[in-house]
Write a protein that binds this ligand. Structure first.
Ligand SMILES: NC(=O)c1ccc[n+]([C@@H]2O[C@H](COP(=O)([O-])OP(=O)(O)OC[C@H]3O[C@@H](n4cnc5c(N)ncnc54)[C@H](O)[C@@H]3O)[C@@H](O)[C@H]2O)c1
Length: 363
């Protein structure tokens, strides 16, 4: 067996635990040798929790990056994804950065360019990609069964699902629901159609629930969006209708639908009727294909595949496998830049109150 991969974790808060558990499942071939968190004592406490006295704990990511490492998991809140990624790439490391890629498109472009010039992997943590039913969606759409796709509707709505902590303050999260779970919905539909370039966005966003103490205990600190809708024009004459909500007086924001010239695919959200559910932010509910056979309008129920029990592990494993083969990134970095371009466009358009262009530089 070859040498074990040496991994570091930057940001040892909530999601770092899921990264750590995944790396521990590969303990024969991967070792987490250190971690850093700007909150004094937090990285040490993290490793103590896992019974790892030998792992080095730092308060400055620069000190962690001085260690001999192959790659890092970046598990900081959104507003520091870009700076930590740039630092790790310039230290010559491969990076698995949590979602969303960044806060702004400008940051995402800088991250993409840095990974390209360093010749290192930069992959973003969209674990729903590793759902076998997402593969099924990609296979159906990719097979051409739907014909030319001209309209897609997607998104997710939680009836009561405002997260707490660093997710609801702009200085940490940068953006609210639209980036937090919206980036998943965008990734799922766009990866199915090969990620065409986004061109324009007309969006509306608000935060009527997060800022209301009746619905959210931390309302005084809440300053991100909790609801957004957008019409995004994509290259190839495709309209993408996006809806996202962390809280609402409704059971669902609707199904995910691909409209094609030969058939349509409907994916109902899993978990409608539960407080948190109704979101296509990770779990696929019953799927139906609508078609026309000899003039007869048909509706076919598509049996679902057994869901993967650990999509999160699959994403961390894919990162480690990519390091061993020196790439490519399991989720192509350019796709995450396009995803971020849409998040950025929705944010800008809702602020401006009008349609905005998505100006992607040559990449
Ligand atoms: N993929 C998933 O299922 C999933 C789930 C939850 C969160 N996330 C993402 O993970 C990220 C973190 O979320 P969380 O819930 O763990 O947040 P968190 O606030 O619990 O943890 C973030 C940690 O990063 C630390 N940090 C911030 N900047 C740092 C820096 N420059 N250097 C070192 N440490 C730094 C903070 O002190 C904090 O401890 C977010 O981007 C979030 O969107 C992903």
């Amino acid at each position: 067996m070859g040498k074990k991969l040496r991994i570091g974790i930057i940001g040892t808060g909530g999601i770092a635990h899921a990264h750590m558990r995944s790396y521990l499942k590969m303990a024969e071939t991967v070792e987490v040798v250190g971690g850093a968190d700007i909150i004094p004592g937090k990285a040490r406490a993290f490793f103590d929790e896992f019974g790892m006295p030998g792992a080095k704990a730092f308060e400055r990511s620069a000190d962690l990056l001085d260690m001999e490492l192959d790659g890092v998991s970046i598990c900081t809140y959104n507003s520091t994804h870009a700076e930590c990624t740039l630092e790790a790439l310039s230290a010559g490391l491969h990076v698995l950065c949590e979602k969303p890629m960044s806060v702004t498109l400008e940051e995402a472009v800088a991250m993409y360019r840095a990974a390209k010039s360093a010749g290192k992997i930069l992959t973003i943590g969209f674990q729903p990609r590793y759902d076998p039913n997402m593969d099924l969606v990609r296979e159906i759409v990719g097979s051409g069964t739907l014909g030319d796709i001209y309209y897609i509707q997607t998104g997710g709505g939680r009836r009561r699902g405002i997260p707490s902590g660093t997710f609801v303050q702009k200085k940490y999260a940068g953006v609210g629901a639209l980036a937090d779970i919206g980036c998943y919905s965008l990734d799922m539909v766009l990866s199915a159609i090969g990620y065409p370039k986004p061109l324009t966005v007309s969006a509306y966003a608000s935060n009527r629930f997060g800022t209301n103490p009746k619905y959210f205990a931390g309302a005084d600190k809440f300053d991100v969006d909790d609801f957004s809708v957008a019409l995004i024009r994509l290259e190839g004459d495709i309209a993408l209708d996006f809806r996202m909500s962390w809280a609402m007086h409704m059971d669902s924001m609707g199904d995910t639908m691909f409209f094609g010239t030969d058939a349509g695919l409907k994916i109902t959200p899993a978990g409608v009727g539960t407080g948190w559910g109704g979101a296509w932010d990770g779990t696929i509910g019953p799927m139906f294909l609508y078609s026309d056979i000899k003039g007869q309008l048909c509706e076919t129920s598509i049996p679902l595949r057994k869901p993967s029990d650990d999509r999160f592990f699959s994403k961390v494993q894919a990162f480690c496998n990519a390091i061993r083969t020196n790439g490519p990134a399991p989720i192509p970095t350019i796709q995450s830049v396009y995803n971020q371009a849409i998040v950025d466009g929705i944010y800008r358009s809702s602020q401006a109150g009008k349609e905005v262009e998505i100006a992607l530089p040559e990449l």
